[in-house]
Design a protein around this ligand. Structure first.
Ligand code: HEM
Length: 128
């Protein structure tokens, strides 16, 4: 008996090279945004790209090899505000649009991103 599996989102967007390109375009937008650049002054950008690509690929049903820190731990102490979080999500959506990621996949990623917001955007209360 054979069953044709639906291609995963990972396969639908074009696999590893497409995810890598997405991460590149995404961080180009984030890092050149004066509203956000300050957060990344001390960040190891190469490691960030690698971990983000693995995380996105796993979210899209690709190889699950994310080995970075838990998101709450990775962003702890950065005091990321809700507005800045939303701004990063805008850049992620813009990067998806630029690379013609199908809308149903962008929506699915958007849901995941909304779910993890409380773990990442913890800075509001601490802001002057
Ligand atoms: C949209 C949801 C987000 C996801 C999925 C995400 C994902 C990640 C991942 C996978 C890492 C790497 C963790 C590691 O290397 O162990 C990371 C680190 C980091 N993220 Fe995010 N992130 C998000 C939102 C944000 C936002 C909104 C900001 C700032 C405005 C931000 C700033 C940073 C910084 C500065 C680091 C590096 C921390 C360090 O090197 O110590 N992230 N993020």
């Amino acid at each position: 008996m054979t069953q044709t599996a639906e291609p995963t989102f990972y396969e639908q967007v074009g696999g590893g090279p497409a995810v890598q390109k997405l991460v590149e375009v995404f961080y180009d937008l984030v890092w050149s945004d004066p509203q956000l650049a300050g957060y990344f002054v001390n960040a190891d950008r190469d490691r960030l790209r690698v971990h983000q690509a693995k995380l996105i690929s796993s979210v899209l049903g690709g190889p699950r090899e994310y080995s970075g820190r838990e998101l709450a731990e990775a962003h702890q102490g950065l005091n990321i505000t809700s507005a800045d979080y939303d701004r990063v999500v805008e850049h992620l959506v813009a990067a998806c649009a630029k690379l013609d990621v199908p809308q149903h996949i962008v929506s699915a990623v958007g849901s995941v991103v909304a779910e993890v917001k409380p773990a990442i955007a913890t800075g509001e209360a601490g802001r002057p």
